[in-house]
Ligand binder design. Structure first.
Ligand code: SF4
Length: 236
C-alpha cells in the first residue's frame, strides 16, 4: 500500500479581500452575525480586562461587581488602601497582582480619571496611549476601543490566534503583536467585530486545540486541514 502523498507546504501569503470575505460568510452561516453595542465606558472595559486575566468571565464579573459596590468611583478605587482593593477583587483571583496594577493604571489617568477622549482621537494616538499604561498590551487596548466605542480593532486572544493561523489569515507562527497588525491589514473595518467574535466562537466549538474538522464547513478553504502533517491532531 502506498502512503498518501505529502503536499508541499506553501509559504504564507497575506489573504486577499475576497478570501477574507469568503471566510466571514462561512463563519456567518455557522454562527450568525453578532452585533456590537458599544457601551461608552472605556475605563470600565480597561479595568475589567485586567480583572479577566487568568480567570473566567463569571469570576471577573463577580470581582468587578464587588469592587464597584465597595469603591463606587474610580478615584476611590485608585486611593483605597491596596489591601482593601485586594479584598474586593478576590473572587477574580490573583488579587495581590491585579490590585496594584489597577491602581497604577488609574494613577496614570490623571486627577479625574477619564479615557473619554479616545472616542474621537486618531486611533493610533489612543492605541499608543493605552499601550503606555502599566501592563496594558495590544489585546487590552483593542478591547477598550472596540467594545467602548465600536472603533474597528480586532483583539487577538488565543482562539483568534489559533483559528486565524489555521485559516491563513495570519502567518501560522506569528507573534500576538504581529497577529494584531495582520488582522487589521486584511479585515475590512466593518467586519472587525464580527470576525473577532465568530473566530472566538469557532475556536471554542470546533476549531479547538484538537479540532473537529469533520464537522467544520470551512474545511475546503482551510490550509491547515489540507496539510497532512496535522491529521493526527484532528479529533473524531
Ligand atoms: S477545518 Fe479544522 S482546522 Fe480548519 S478551521 Fe475547520 S476545524 Fe479549524
Amino acid at each position: 500500500m502506498t502512503s498518501p502523498k505529502k503536499r508541499e507546504k506553501k509559504p504564507w501569503r497575506r489573504p486577499d479581500r475576497r478570501r477574507v470575505r469568503a471566510i466571514r460568510e462561512r463563519l456567518r452561516e455557522m454562527y450568525g452575525v453578532p452585533v456590537n453595542h458599544p457601551h461608552h465606558r472605556p475605563i470600565d472595559e480597561l479595568i475589567k480586562t485586567v480583572l479577566s486575566q487568568h480567570t473566567n468571565d463569571g469570576n471577573r464579573d463577580r470581582a468587578y461587581a464587588a469592587m464597584r459596590e465597595r469603591l463606587p468611583t474610580w478615584e476611590e478605587v485608585r486611593d483605597a488602601p491596596v489591601g482593601e482593593l485586594e479584598d474586593a477583587i478576590r473572587p477574580g483571583g490573583l488579587a495581590q497582582q491585579k490590585a496594584p496594577r489597577i491602581q497604577a493604571i488609574l494613577r496614570e489617568l490623571g486627577p479625574e480619571p477619564s479615557l473619554d477622549w479616545t472616542e474621537s482621537a486618531p486611533v493610533e494616538e489612543s492605541r499608543g496611549y493605552l499601550l503606555s499604561l502599566p501592563g496594558v498590551g495590544r489585546k487590552t487596548a483593542a478591547c477598550v476601543l472596540l467594545f467602548s466605542w465600536g472603533i474597528p480593532e480586532i483583539p487577538v486572544d488565543v482562539h483568534v490566534h489559533r483559528v486565524g493561523g489555521r485559516l491563513g489569515l495570519i502567518p501560522p507562527d506569528a507573534s500576538f503583536e504581529r497577529a494584531h497588525d495582520e488582522m487589521l491589514a486584511v479585515v475590512p473595518a466593518e467586519d472587525a467585530f464580527e470576525l473577532h467574535v465568530n473566530l472566538i466562537r469557532h475556536g471554542r466549538t470546533l476549531c479547538r486545540p484538537k479540532p473537529r474538522c469533520g464537522e467544520c464547513d470551512l474545511r475546503r478553504m482551510c490550509p491547515w486541514y489540507r496539510d497532512l502533517d496535522h491529521r493526527e491532531l484532528i479529533a473524531g
